[in-house]
Design a protein around this ligand. Structure first.
Ligand SMILES: CC(C)(COP(=O)(O)OP(=O)(O)OC[C@H]1O[C@@H](n2cnc3c(N)ncnc32)[C@H](O)[C@@H]1OP(=O)(O)O)[C@@H](O)C(=O)NCCC(=O)NCCS
Length: 296
């Protein structure tokens, strides 16, 4: 007799628009249990806004109406030919049944539907899974955290100013130069979330850097050069934070030494991985901090 199929009662499918609001608490529960962090509502809400068709859920139909036991998100940047996977999680009670692999395979298919290759930043738990699914290692993404609450380093000759709505078009263009992608929707979300914690640096009337801060992170931070980054960090670190702010530094960033001068130190590393593309477009050295681990 054939062994029982461990995925027999599991359905892996797209999140339906009509159920998104109702299922957010269940998705949050899965993520909280998998990542040992309490609150993913902000990240989930933003992902639903920028790529509503990029949600994949694994539902265990053995439990009456169905219980969410796994999830993941995809964000496509079709003009750039790549997208990002994130928030991949299986509830700890349901690991090692193939759910993570099925969710990741479905997310890759979502990106392929947009003509996009896939990038992600792998935890130690996810790394073997992604290797098996054909992802290749492409450097290290480093989570840095500030170790002082004051800037304390040479701010350089530039100065940062608050971002205004009139800056948004230029912010999207600078972001596109760095990432190769039109991320208008993402920048719009960031602006609506933190309009009072967004900064730009101008030189001779042109934007040379921008950054957004939450009360726990600087994300994203893009600077054409070291002077622009110094001005951004000097201003950003004067904002109030609930915890020491962190920055997600992607592989190939030119900005590690300046972040270090401003007291940022490594807290954690992830393996950056790509499938279907060997080199992402854009001037990626300009990216001091990514928007998030699920958006690049
Ligand atoms: C990483 C994570 C998503 C994997 O989820 P999962 O559902 O356990 O993934 P899978 O079941 O597809 O694969 C996990 C392992 O179980 C094995 N497995 C799959 N089906 C199996 C089965 N029926 N019997 C025994 N083992 C099985 C796989 O071969 C794999 O083994 P390996 O890691 O040694 O290669 C999950 O552990 C998790 O949520 N971790 C915390 C959050 C996290 O780190 N997410 C990834 C961020 S990049």
């Amino acid at each position: 007799m054939a062994p029982p199929d461990p995925l027999a009662s599991i359905v892996v499918r797209a999140l339906r628009a009509t159920e998104a609001v109702a299922l957010l608490p269940a998705l949050n529960d899965v993520l909280a249990a998998a990542y040992h962090q309490p609150d993913f509502h902000g990240a989930l809400g933003r992902r639903v806004t920028i790529q509503p068709d990029g949600f994949v859920v694994a539902v265990d139909e053995a439990h009456g109406a169905g219980r969410v036991v796994g999830c993941g998100t995809a964000v496509a940047y079709p003009d750039a030919g790549y997208g990002w996977l994130g928030l991949i999680a299986t509830h700890p009670d349901h690991e090692r049944r193939g759910i993570g692999a099925a969710v990741t395979t479905a997310l890759v298919a979502v990106l392929e539907g947009y003509g996009c290759a896939a990038a992600l930043d792998a935890s130690a738990a996810g790394h073997p899974l992604y290797l098996r699914l054909g992802f290749e290692e492409a450097g290290t993404t480093t989570v840095l955290a500030a170790t002082t609450s004051t800037p304390g380093a040479d701010p350089g000759p530039d100065s940062a100013e608050p971002m205004t709505a009139a800056d948004l078009a230029a912010v999207v263009e600078l972001d596109r130069a760095a990432t190769g992608a039109d991320r208008t929707r993402l920048i719009g979300c960031l602006w609506s979330e933190q309009p009072n914690r967004a900064l730009v640096v101008r030189r001779d009337g042109a934007l040379v850097g921008f950054g957004f801060a939450t009360d726990w992170s600087l994300a994203p931070v893009i600077a054409l050069d070291d002077e622009a980054l110094r001005a951004l960090l000097d201003a950003a670190l004067r904002l109030p934070f609930a915890v020491a702010p962190s920055v997600l530094v992607p592989p190939g960033s030119d900005h590690g030494p300046t972040l270090e001068a401003f007291s940022f130190r490594p807290r954690r590393t992830l393996v950056h991985m790509q499938r279907g593309v060997s080199r992402l477009p854009g001037q990626r050295g300009c990216i001091a901090g990514m928007a998030s681990l699920g958006e690049g």
